[in-house]
Design a protein around this ligand. Sequence first.
Ligand code: SF4
Length: 492
Amino acid sequence: NWSESVIKQDEIDKYLINGKDFIDENEINEKLKTNVNHSKEDIRKIINRSLNINRLSFDETAALLNVKDEAIWEEMYAAAAEVKRRVYDNRIVFFAPLYCGNLCVNNCKYCGFRNENKDEVRKVLNFDEVKKEAEAVIDEGHKRMIVVYGEHPKTDANYIAESIKQIYSVEKKAKSGKMNRIRRININAAPMCVSDLKKLHEVGIGTYQVFQETYHKATYNDVHESGPKSDYRWRLYALHRAMDAGIDDVAIGALFGLYDWKYEVMGLLYHTADLEKRYGIGPHTISFPRMTPASGSDLSTNSKYLVNDEDFKKLVTVLRLSVPYTGLIITAREKAELRKEIIKVGCTQTDASTKIGIGEYSGVDKAELENKQQFTIGDPRPLDDVVRELAEMGKITSFCTAGYRCGRTGEKIMTLLEKTEEGKFCKLNAVLTFREYLDDYASEETRKVGEKLIEKELKEIENMKFYKAHKLTDLMTDYYERVSNGERDLFI
Ligand code: SF4
């Protein structure tokens, strides 16, 4: 019995407080019910607290979620964009997802990979195939990956650890002749026990992502019919166990469309607050995928809680204002136009040239793909197109992976983010890695747009007091020149 072998009850019970979870459904409902009809002045006071980079309280967040006046929403969109600028500047970090297998013991009603979906063509990549996929991702120009695993004995912690080692070992020559590799691997994998999490920590995973999917227990139980994932609490404390295993970089998320979106935003905030309270560090990022059609899943198209575009923008805006210093991830699940809109209200990371079929980057039988992927994507554009579009919007693409290699993770990075200083280091690394990308992978058209943006960034860097005070101006000039002359992977 796989569930029994996976779930360790004592690794759930130790996190309960007086036998209770940190998600208190009655309290969330009460906050959403009572924080209605706040005056414009009250809402503006809340917005100002966010602009001063304070995490908002549960009541304040509920008040924002319940705003009805569209003019106030416009103010909130503008404030969210400003909060993003203050903490993270104008950069967007890029990554590529890599799906290693679609065997799964669980039965999530919204997912094409679920065990009972007999239409799905099943495959787990062997390590040679994993390396081929990594090469193809490097060929696009990526430096950062999120590797995704179903929950199955064939993709257990040992498989995950080995696949990570294999990906880190791959080097590939760009058209410029420079050798490149994946510099940071984040993972999205099932909840594990502390001893398995320690194995992943040892091989150097970046962020460990576990999405709760829904914080509403009755809905959770309804849509997760069997397998270890049907245990709400095992999943709810997955990241607490990760922290206890020494992984101080974790990411949360909810699948929007399973239950009421306002409730889920509150759930994400309660999760953030509990991690902060117990470990002094909140999640590095929050994800908010919307349910999209999945093979053999009726729920994915007919749930009564599907979120429309307008509400989607609102929920991302409230998250941005509520947790100003937490990264927000918008993915290629969304169509290009909407993604562009949502990035404006404060996202910090996104993906491009995304392929979610098993083995799709390095080429599999295209006809099989529909039944070899977890859901459908909305924006299949290559990285080069998305990078250029963002550059035209004045946003610089960053492939920076310096933070964790300079020890700017966990509590340290949180402090820097809260003081709005982390973004200043990232600005330098964004320019250096963007320069690398323009020289190694960009089309001529993207290079032209990108160079104009770099010129503007370099001028800003030259004039900023922060860099002079920290003696970084000369160092940056030196590094920029060296990268332009072909050195790679210099970071600050
Ligand atoms: Fe398995 Fe994840 Fe799909 Fe659920 S959502 S069936 S756990 S791959």
